[in-house]
Design a protein around this ligand. Structure first.
Ligand code: HMG
Length: 386
């Protein structure tokens, strides 16, 4: 029995900053942001979009969830809204899932969603009549004027994992590597991340090389066996550097194929920015919606979470996978975003770093149908649908 990804949902907030504007405002060369970092735009969440509301929005439009079959709901995030209650309980309630669903939140920086995917894969293997929803949802925030500012973003990806999936089968096995390092972290009392930026990029590349090499040994695979290698993309240049390491010393056809598919996989990340846990899965969506891959194409996935944890695993495309995707819907979602002038972005960003005073009702400017955070009542978070 094959187990894997049957459906993919995506949400990003309705506002963005253009990197050309940001570069001008920060007195940086525009090409540093567009080429050196490799980002063109970044999504910005106002106070009404948090990890929970974005997670509901990514999940509610999964084309066909059989609510009776869902046995597990996992929420990976490092932008959690409560130290105790799981973000997934709000989603379960918004989507009217059955009370029997097992549900919880996981955290290991950007690795959180992959942890959920692996648990879900193994769960469905043992319970083939059940499916699992895995959500990654995050707001990447470093702060105004920081060197990480250009690598911010906001969004969520939701996956339905089930037996006989219609998009990507997940292969057995993985290679993992973890080490206690301080490359990036966010203390409980800080709304923005702390980072040793240059060091973090070195650790990322080191973990990629280790896990990719180990995976190839484990599965007796060559780089040329892969149709695409896709990455956690904190910013596209980061993945590009890893991909360059992967294709060094490869024949021309392999290098060209993997370079082309890398560029395709980075299209959405380039305009959304870092969405931490969900970033790797946004790369997957970008690859699948913007290229035509044959059935059984081997895709290698590199997941990285600071702190740090790296994992490489793979999957194979299912024939006619494109029927399960909606590229024009994704295009519409990205195009509906309103461009913010830099002072407006700074105001929205700063306001969204904290919740409104208890009892205040927030009004969302989202389109009808989307969920949003409406403020707290008696310090209980309120989520509403527009
Ligand atoms: P910086 O110091 O401002 O940038 O910060 P820089 O000086 O290193 O320049 C960046 C690149 O632009 C360089 O290219 C420059 O040469 C180039 P590189 O040497 O890297 O190839 N450049 C230009 N290119 C063209 N034209 C120009 C020009 N000028 C310069 N005129 C840094 C960059 C990434 C460090 C910063 O943005 C940062 O700290 N970001 C946040 C940390 C991060 O994303 N780290 C990634 C790895 S860790 C990770 O992925 C986990 C994470 O997602 C969190 C989690 O797991 O939860 C972050």
């Amino acid at each position: 029995m094959q187990v894997g990804i049957d459906q993919i949902g995506f949400y990003t907030p309705n506002k963005y900053v253009d990197m050309v504007d940001l570069a001008h405002a920060r007195n940086e060369d525009v090409d540093k942001y567009l080429i050196g970092i490799g980002q063109s735009q970044m999504s910005v969440a106002d106070q009404t979009q948090d990890a929970v509301s974005m997670g509901i929005n990514a999940t509610q439009y999964l084309p066909q969830i059989d609510r009776e079959q869902v046995g597990l709901l996992i929420f990976g995030t490092e932008s959690g809204v409560d130290q105790s209650k799981s973000a997934s309980l709000f989603v379960k309630s918004a989507l009217n899932l059955a009370p029997e669903v097992r549900t919880f939140e996981v955290k290991e920086a950007c690795f959180g969603m992959t942890a959920g995917v692996m648990i879900a894969r193994d769960y469905v293997r043992l319970h083939p009549y059940h499916s699992a929803i895995v959500i990654g949802s995050d707001l990447a925030r470093y702060g105004i004027g920081t060197s990480g500012e250009v690598t911010q973003g906001a969004g969520s990806v939701s996956l339905l994992i089930k037996a006989n999936p219609r998009i990507l089968t997940l292969n057995d096995g993985h290679s993992a590597f973890s080490q206690d390092v301080n490359d990036f972290w966010r203390p409980n009392n800080s709304a923005t991340a702390l980072v040793d930026g240059k060091y973090s990029t070195q650790v990322y590349l080191d973990f990629f090389q280790r896990t990719f090499t180990d995976y190839q040994k484990l599965k007796k695979l060559q780089t040329s066996d892969f149709t695409a290698l896709i990455y956690h993309l904190p910013f596209t240049k980061m993945g590009l550097k890893a991909n360059r390491l992967a294709i060094a010393d490869q024949d021309e056809a392999t290098s060209e194929l993997l370079a082309t598919n890398f560029t395709t996989a980075a299209c959405y990340g380039r305009v959304v920015g870092n969405i931490y846990t969900a970033s790797l899965y946004l790369s997957l969506l970008s690859l699948l919606e913007n290229s035509i891959l044959p059935a059984d194409a081997l895709i290698g996935l590199f997941s990285y979470g600071s702190g740090a944890m790296g994992e490489f695993f793979s999957g194979k495309t299912v024939a006619n996978y494109e029927k399960m995707l909606n590229p024009s819907g994704t295009k519409k979602l990205l195009q509906r975003r309103q461009k913010l002038a830099i002072p407006e972005y700074e105001r929205i960003f700063t306001t969204a770093l904290s919740d409104p005073i208890d009892g205040t009702t927030l009004i969302s400017d989202e389109e009808a149908g989307y969920w949003y955070f409406a403020g707290t009542k008696n310090r209980i978070r309120q989520y509403r649908q527009k």
